[in-house]
Design a protein around this ligand. Structure first.
Ligand code: IP8
Length: 271
């Protein structure tokens, strides 16, 4: 096909946290207003080469926890739990896809459990041909944290953060933008600690030092909240890919980050 060999700009990987697009206080609680607003921001920013990944929030996490899917296959009763977890993630993804596509954004959903497998929870194989092809053609792939098959555990949960970091390294991304429901990375949980201090800039070395002090998520989160998020991002930062963590719950932040404009948040760079 002609035109497909043109050199592509390095992609931006945008990860939108489940706590932004869902209401974690109720199972299957969706924030459709936020999804719509984020879709507006993505359309208006019109980034050249974008990969979107979203998390599970009140869709994937409670069901995954109820059936202990992350621990792997142990008993027959988990089988329906795996199917349910994967299914609710496709439902959440469908709502996100609706908002993108009906705004004229050429987004195509890529199901992680159909093109990736993990080994003890880490991505071990990835059939990347469809994703490469659709990026070359100007589509925007949308992936999500998923219930996934694992060569050792039978199945497990793969977080959107691991996917975002993995794809950023695989496709030599320009940067990773992480949209969360707080203003950035703090030395304590800003939702419960009024003295929590936000980091504006961190080097890899500084990030490693504070890693243990970040605390987990305060809602049901089988993939480990902020601590795990940071652990996943380290490999991308090691490859020289800068990571910007911004508040996607506040209007305009994701737009500005996608446009490369100055925005409040935490920037993590190799040095
Ligand atoms: O919210 C986990 O993805 P995350 C998705 O990015 C499931 O950690 C299925 C719990």
């Amino acid at each position: 096909m002609r035109g497909l060999e043109l050199s592509q700009p390095r992609p931006t990987v945008l990860k939108i946290g489940g706590s932004v697009i869902t209401d974690k206080t109720q199972e299957l609680g969706v924030r459709m207003d936020v999804i719509s607003r984020l879709a507006d921001e993505i359309r208006d920013a019109n980034p050249k080469n974008l990969i979107i990944v979203h998390g599970g929030g009140s869709f994937g996490h409670p069901i995954a926890q109820k059936h202990a899917i992350k621990d792997g296959f142990k008993e027959e009763s988990q089988i329906i739990g795996f199917a349910e977890t994967h299914h609710v993630m496709t439902v959440l993804n469908g709502l996100f896809m609706d908002a993108l596509i009906w705004r004229g954004i050429p987004a195509v959903s890529i199901t992680p459990s159909s093109c990736m497998m993990t080994k003890n929870g880490r991505i071990a194989c990835f059939e990347d041909s469809p994703l490469k092809q659709l990026m070359k053609m100007g589509f925007i792939p949308v992936l999500y944290g998923d219930a996934i098959f694992d060569t050792e555990l039978g199945f497990t949960i793969l977080s959107g953060d691991q996917i975002a970091s993995f794809l950023a390294v695989r496709f030599n991304a320009e940067n990773i933008l992480i949209g969360v429901d707080v203003d950035g990375l703090y030395d304590a949980d800003p939702k419960t600690d009024a003295n929590a201090k936000m980091f504006k800039h961190l080097t890899l070395e500084e990030l490693r030092k504070i890693q243990g002090r970040l605390g987990g998520s305060n809602a049901c989160d089988v993939t480990g909240g902020m601590t795990n998020k940071v652990a996943e991002l380290i490999s991308a930062v090691e490859h020289g890919i800068p990571v910007l963590i911004v508040n996607a719950s506040k209007p305009g932040y994701v737009y500005k980050a996608l446009k490369g404009e100055k925005v409040k948040g935490t920037l993590i760079e190799k040095e």
